[in-house]
Design a protein. Structure first.
Length: 610
């Protein structure tokens, strides 16, 4: 039974799709990445330093609040000597707090740096595991724009996590330090009602808790939609960025076809989606600002209002009143942390969701639709490449080898032909282990297999590095590199080995294909699988390259998937890839037990051209 990519999407379990799991589980998953990171010890040292500095700052704040009483009492009594002495005390306390503020800023920035380094290295490491990036690119929306998730989303997440974490720690320590002070100062607030004097234990504390609790609850109700709005905005921003990069990379094709107007309209449509989402966020933030700003303005007079009975009855001096107000404001500052930072928390939550779901999906690529009816690729020690009853599930139908089971031995030259749309590129990817949808089995030699895709990947950098890829650039001598260039009609580039450039932009399409074959001469594999890479070359150049391959690597087997004929003398065997419409009605979805969905037909139309 063949696994259909299209039907598997329709029948995929809900857990395959990105889900809004709890923030605690997402945080725990990301924390695990840092526990296993080589940067863990440095992050722990920075965290300890932050706790010490923030704790010392809280202690300094308590001392500064206690300073209010003697200072303002000296002012009210017009005691110049005491006033000057308290200024000296203030200078000592403020100087210490200044040093602590600078230290906290340095620790904050270093923590952001190390967290980002650890997170991005982990994401890149997981993403670049064999086969994962390709499978992720075909896994639906979760695989869209991984560059933005790894670059911008990770940067913002680590920045906000550090700032919010330090802010929460600071607020918690201030709350713990000042709530006891405020409780004690509440004894000075005495009520006089109908000649009866009484006090309420912890009166100022209860007022502060009630005041902050009501504000936090209202902030949550008003600002909660910001979490989803921010997540949607990031997705639309990623789409805009991708569209801009796509236009830039294809500027020549757009200009030659006169497509600027169409592209402008398309980009403006993508931009409109971004702006629409931003407008929704503007209104949501504006509504939240009514709560946070109103809370902030009323806080100016709130502590004076609740402490006024003690001052007017004479039980509190002016200095005592200012000390109560200072302690109340410190407690409020700690309690209102949630109110002041709710929009930032919503932004952080959206980023956490994007990064956590992305990392979960990347790891799940290892079990990507390996169901019981999947097409399997097995590495063996046998000196042959076997295709056993291979049937390929295409986005709309299926294809198979007309010859059924095929064994290809060392030194053979095999051509695999097929009509346009018959799935030639899919077969190439299936042999490479990138396309698991179908049935049958592919047996590959354990060593010495090299794949040459239809469009070669040429990394930016020196030509030497591009030729040696994926081996280190020092793996080959200048003489070996020059000989490979000469064998593939690229001798004119021998003097540019150490020049860095965007070679995928400088070289013509046929030159890029020749560079890919130059890698074959350097690596000398025993098995070469080629996907239409020579179809763009003229017959003379194609025959010359095959002749050199046969001469320089005589024992290598070549499986060429593409255009050709047994009559040209290049191939000893011809296999035929044909459509199998009879399987279309029997296709059944059998998604994997774990992992994301296989690609949909709409995605594959762009990503895979059979």
């Amino acid at each position: 039974m063949v696994v259909s990519p299209t039907s598997a999407v329709r029948n995929a379990p809900a857990e395959y799709q990105p889900s809004e799991e709890g923030a605690a589980s997402q945080l725990w998953m990301l924390a695990g990445t840092f526990l296993a990171s080589p940067l863990f010890s440095r992050i722990v040292l920075l965290a300890v330093g932050i706790v010490i500095v923030v704790g010392a700052t809280a202690y300094g704040q308590v001392k500064l609040n206690a300073w209010n009483e003697p200072f303002y009492n000296a002012l009210s009594r017009k005691n110049l000597g005491e006033f000057l002495h308290q200024l000296v005390v203030f200078a000592v306390i403020a100087g210490g707090l200044l040093v602590l503020n600078v230290a906290q800023t340095w620790l904050n920035q270093m923590m952001q740096l190390k967290l980002r380094e650890g997170l991005v290295r982990d994401l890149i490491g997981e993403w670049m595991q064999p086969g994962r990036a390709f499978r992720l690119s075909n896994a639906g929306p979760i695989g869209a724009n991984p560059d933005m998730r790894i670059h911008e989303d990770a940067q913002m997440l680590t920045q906000l996590s550090t700032n919010l974490g330090i802010g929460l720690l600071q607020s918690s320590l201030l709350l713990g330090s000042f709530i006891g002070v405020l409780w004690a100062l509440s004894d000075g607030v005495i009520f006089n009602v109908a000649g009866h004097r009484f006090g309420i234990p912890g009166y100022m504390v209860w007022c502060a808790l009630l005041y902050a609790g009501v504000a936090s609850w209202i902030s949550w109700l008003v600002g909660r939609p910001l979490i989803g709005l921010n997540a949607d905005l990031y997705a639309r921003e990623a789409e805009l960025r991708f569209s801009l990069v796509q236009v830039n990379e294809n500027a020549d094709g757009i200009a030659l076809n006169g497509g600027e107007v169409d592209e402008r309209n398309r980009l403006q449509g993508v931009l409109d989606a971004v702006l629409h989402q931003m407008r929704r966020i503007v209104f949501a933030v504006t509504g939240l600002t009514w709560v946070t700003a109103g809370y902030g303005w009323f806080t100016i007079v709130a502590p004076i209002l609740v402490a006024a009975p003690g001052y007017f009855t004479g039980d509190l001096s002016f200095g005592g009143l200012m000390m109560v107000v200072g302690a109340f404001n410190q407690v409020q500052s700690a309690l209102r942390w949630f109110v002041d930072n709710f929009s930032i928390i919503a932004n952080w939550r959206a980023l956490l969701l994007r990064i956590a779901s992305f990392r979960r999906a990347v790891i799940a690529m290892d079990s990507f639709s390996h169901g019981p009816a999947s097409l399997s690729v097995v590495r063996t020690d046998a000196e042959e490449l076997r295709l056993e009853d291979v049937i390929l599930a295409l986005p709309s139908d299926s294809a198979r080898l007309q010859e059924g089971t095929v064994a290809i031995g060392p030194g053979e030259r095999v051509l695999v032909m097929g009509d346009s749309g018959s799935g030639k590129t899919v077969l190439f990817r299936a042999i490479g282990g990138l396309w698991p949808w179908g049935s049958g089995r592919i047996l590959l030699p354990a060593q010495g297999v090299m794949f040459v895709p239809r469009r070669p990947y040429i990394p930016s950098g020196s030509l030497r590095a591009a030729l040696a890829y994926p081996a280190p650039q020092v793996a080959y001598t200048d003489q070996e590199l020059a000989a490979a260039l000469k064998a593939t009609h690229l001798a004119h580039l021998a003097g540019d080995l150490d020049r860095s450039a965007r070679w995928d932009r400088e070289l013509a399409d046929d030159e890029q294909q020749c560079l890919a074959f130059a890698r074959i001469y350097l690596r000398k594999p025993r098995w070469i699988v080629i996907d239409e890479a020579m179809d763009s070359l003229d017959d003379d150049r194609r025959k010359a390259i095959f002749a050199r391959l046969a001469e320089d690597i005589p024992g290598a087997a070549i499986i060429y998937i593409g255009r050709g004929s047994a009559a040209d003398g290049l191939f000893s065997r011809v296999l035929h890839l044909v459509k199998d419409p009879g399987m279309a009605g029997t296709v059944t979805a059998q998604p994997a037990a774990t992992g994301p969905t296989p690609p949909s037909a709409s995605l594959q139309t762009a990503a895979v051209t059979p």
